[in-house]
Design a protein around this ligand. Structure first.
Ligand SMILES: Cc1cc2nc3c(=O)[nH]c(=O)nc-3n(C[C@H](O)[C@H](O)[C@H](O)COP(=O)(O)O)c2cc1C
Length: 391
C-alpha cells in the first residue's frame, strides 16, 4: 500500500485497488456484463452533463444534510449494498463504521460476508437488502432476522438477470478456500503480499460464505450455494412484491428501476423509495445509464416516493447532477469498494470525504446554499440526453 494512504479521487483509489488486490478479486469488483455498454454509459453520461455556475452572490455556507427512508444523513450519499467477500477482512463492518463516522447510512446485502447484527452494531443506520430467493418462509425469516437486528429499512433488489459473460473475461472464484483452491490461487495471492498480510494478521482466510440468508447461528451456505438456490427460485410477480412489502413493517425500497411504468407499480405496491438502478451495469447490458432515465422517473413519481439513483457515481459533482435532475440522494457501489480495497475503513471514509468536498464545491459554484435547492437549471443537458421508457 502507498506510504501516504490518502487519495484525492476515486480514480486513484481504483488504481490502488488494482495494485493491491489479487487480479480475480479486482475483476469480481469491476464486474460489468457482456460488452460493458451499460457499465460505461453510467459513467460517461455523468461526464456528458455540464454545470451552469455563477460567480457572485455565492453562499458562504452550504447545507448537505438530508433524509433517506426516515434516516437523517449528513450528505446525500449512502452505501449501496454489495457482497464484499475477500476484499478486506473487516468487510462490510469496516464499510459500516466508515459510513457511521461520516454520518450516513449503510445498505447491507444478504450476499454480504458479515452478519447483519455486527453491521447494525457498527452503524445503526443500516438498511438490509434482499433478493427474491428461496421460499417465502425463508424470506420471511431473513426479514425477521434483519428486523430483530435493528435494520432501519428493507431494500429489495429485483433487476438481476443472471448474466455471467463479459468480453474482458470473468474471474475464477472458488466455492470455498480448501487446499486445492488455495494451491490454484497461491500465485495470485503471493503476487499481492500486502493483501495477503491483511488476512495473515487476522489468522483467517477470506470467508466465502453468506451468513444472512439463514437464521442467526445456523451454518451459513457458501456464496455459490446460495447463488444456486437463487437461480432456482421462480422470479417474483408484483403480487409477490406486495407480499414482501406487507411483511416488512418499515421503510421499503425497490432497487433496480429503469422504467416509468415499473416506478408507478412500485408506488402502487407501497414502496417508500425506489432506486433508479441497473445494478452498476452488471446485468442486462444495453440498459441506458441511470442518470438518463432519472428525469422521466422523477417527474412521474417523485412526489409520491423518495427517488434515489445508483450507477456510475464517482465524484461529488455526479451527486449534484443527480440531485439537480430529481434524485433525493444517491447510492455508491464501486467507489467505496475501491476505497475499502485501497485502505480499509479509512479508505471508505476517504471516498465519502471526496464526495462531500465535491458536492460542496459544486454547490458553491452553482450558488446553491443547500442540496434541496438544486434543479435542472443548474446543469447543461446535451440534446437527446434523456431516455424515457415505459411512459
Ligand atoms: C461487486 C459488486 C457486488 C454487488 N452486489 C450487490 C448486491 O449484493 N446487492 C445489490 O442490490 N446490488 C449489488 N451490487 C450493485 C450495487 O448495489 C450498485 O447498484 C452498483 O454498484 C452501482 O453502480 P456503481 O458501482 O457504478 O456505483 C453490486 C455491485 C458490485 C460492483
Amino acid at each position: 500500500m502507498a506510504r501516504n494512504a490518502w487519495f484525492e479521487t476515486v480514480a486513484e483509489a481504483q488504481r490502488r485497488a488494482r495494485r493491491h488486490l489479487p487480479p480475480s478479486v479486482y475483476k469480481a469488483l469491476l464486474a460489468g456484463s457482456e460488452r460493458g455498454r451499460t457499465y460505461r454509459d453510467n459513467m460517461e453520461a455523468f461526464a456528458a452533463l455540464g454545470f451552469a455556475p455563477h460567480v457572485a452572490d455565492l453562499p458562504a455556507k452550504r447545507d448537505l444534510a438530508t433524509t433517506v427512508m426516515g434516516q437523517q444523513i449528513s450528505l446525500p450519499v449512502i452505501i449501496s449494498p454489495t457482497g464484499v467477500q475477500a476484499v478486506h477482512p473487516d468487510g462490510e463492518v469496516a464499510v459500516a463504521r466508515a459510513a457511521a463516522a461520516r454520518g450516513t447510512a449503510m445498505g447491507l446485502s444478504n450476499f454480504a460476508s458479515k452478519p447483519v447484527e455486527e453491521v447494525v452494531a457498527a452503524n445503526p443506520q443500516t438498511f438490509f437488502q434482499m433478493y427474491w430467493m428461496g421460499t417465502k418462509d425463508q424470506m420471511a425469516a431473513q426479514m425477521e432476522r434483519a428486523r430483530a437486528a435493528g435494520a432501519k429499512g428493507l431494500i429489495v433488489t429485483l433487476d438481476w438477470t443472471f448474466s455471467h459473460g463479459r468480453d474482458w473475461g470473468s474471474p475464477w472464484i472458488p466455492e470455498r478456500l480448501d487446499l486445492k483452491a488455495i494451491a490454484r490461487f497461491a500465485p495470485q495471492g503471493l503476487a499481492r503480499p500486502q493483501w495477503l498480510l491483511t488476512y495473515a494478521r487476522t489468522g483467517r482466510l477470506p470467508d466465502l460464505t453468506v451468513p444472512n440468508v439463514v437464521p442467526a447461528g445456523q451454518r451459513p451456505p457458501t456464496f455459490f450455494g446460495a447463488y444456486g438456490e437463487w437461480m432456482q427460485t421462480p422470479p417474483p410477480t408484483w403480487e409477490d412484491v406486495r407480499w414482501m412489502r406487507e411483511r416488512w413493517d418499515g421503510p421499503f425500497m425497490l432497487k433496480g428501476i429503469s422504467r416509468i411504468d415499473d416506478a408507478r407499480r412500485a408506488v402502487d405496491a407501497g414502496a417508500t423509495a425506489i432506486s433508479v438502478s441497473n445494478h452498476g451495469g452488471n446485468n442486462l447490458d444495453g440498459t441506458p445509464a441511470t442518470i438518463r432515465l432519472l428525469p422521466g422517473i422523477a417527474a412521474a413519481v417523485g412526489d409520491q416516493v423518495e427517488v434515489l439513483l445508483d450507477g456510475g457515481v464517482r465524484r461529488g459533482g455526479d451527486v449534484v447532477k443527480a440531485l439537480a435532475l430529481g434524485a433525493r440522494a444517491v447510492m455508491i457501489g464501486r467507489a467505496y469498494l475501491w476505497g475499502l480495497a485501497a485502505n480499509g475503513q479509512a479508505g471508505v471514509e476517504n471516498v465519502l470525504d471526496i464526495m462531500r468536498n465535491g458536492i460542496d464545491s459544486a454547490l458553491l459554484g452553482l450558488g446553491r446554499a443547500s442540496v434541496h435547492d438544486l434543479g435542472p437549471g443548474d446543469v447543461v443537458i446535451p440534446p437527446g440526453f434523456t431516455r424515457e421508457i415505459g411512459a
